[in-house]
Design a protein around this ligand. Structure first.
Ligand SMILES: [Zn+2]
Length: 251
């Protein structure tokens, strides 16, 4: 009986002529690339800095991703929803490289002055666009123009977005000059700071390798925004820099 049962079991694996074997079917399913997850550094002990890039993606974002990959640096991208739809592959690349992706509204709108309906729509449409492309719903929001309001804070709290501002702003959108951007960033960075730049400007992208190399030589570790704050960001709350003061002797 046992032998017959085993034989019967084996016989079901024998391919039937003209029919695909199950193993062949499995091979046609594309493999899901696991997102790389190295342990994040403890930013209360090491010199961390979060590089953030707003307004993209754009043509120049691809070059920036090459620069970051070559140096194994992680960053945070605050993307504009309509650009996510325009360049889905770049957003996918950002995600697969382990960068963090945040919401920067759908049309780069002034949400601090927008109606409740408009603000909510700008934010949720961007969340949806990012999720469709990367599979991940963002938990960070950077207000365009830094424009905020109590009403906007209420909305972000409800839809699960922490509000991320910055502590270093080289005004790269105004100064399309790589040397100027590099100097402004290097002059202002301190441990625990959040640096605001724009990957839509080739002049900024050109400044990034020199900014990274110099900060790395000074012992800085590059982290995403969520890593900087220990992965515990509260929806609705505003974040500017790590330990706004005492802990690391920050101003
Ligand atoms: Zn912006």
């Amino acid at each position: 009986m046992l032998a017959a049962a085993v034989f019967g079991g084996l016989s079901t694996l024998t391919p039937v002529p003209g029919q695909a074997r199950p193993v062949t079917v499995r091979r046609t399913v594309p493999e899901v690339k696991p997102r790389p997850v190295p342990p994040p550094p403890d930013c209360s002990r090491v010199k961390c800095v979060a590089l953030t890039f707003d307004d993209g993606p754009a043509e120049s974002t691809g070059k920036l991703l090459d620069v970051l990959a070559a140096r194994k640096v992680k960053a945070t991208f605050f993307v504009v929803g309509e650009n996510v739809v325009r360049y889905p592959e770049l957003v996918r690349r950002e995600h697969e490289a382990g960068h963090e992706i945040g919401d920067h509204s759908y049309t780069h709108a002034d949400l601090g002055r927008a109606s409740k309906e408009k603000a909510r729509s700008e934010l949720t449409r961007t969340q949806d666009a990012i999720r469709r492309v990367s599979g991940v719903t963002p938990v960070l929001f950077r207000p365009p123009y830094g424009s905020m309001s109590k009403r906007l804070t209420g909305i972000t709290r409800k839809i699960g977005l922490a509000q991320v501002l910055w502590t270093v702003d080289p005004l790269d959108w105004e100064h399309r000059d790589s040397e100027y951007v590099k100097k402004r960033v290097l002059k202002s960075v301190k441990p625990g700071y959040v640096v605001l730049m724009h990957d839509i400007h080739p002049t900024t992208v050109k400044a990034v390798p020199r900014i990274i190399d110099r900060l790395a030589a000074e012992g800085y570790v590059f982290v995403t925004v969520s890593e900087l704050f220990g992965g515990r960001l509260t929806p609705g709350k505003e974040y500017l820099q790590l330990n706004s003061g005492e802990a690391q002797g920050l101003p």
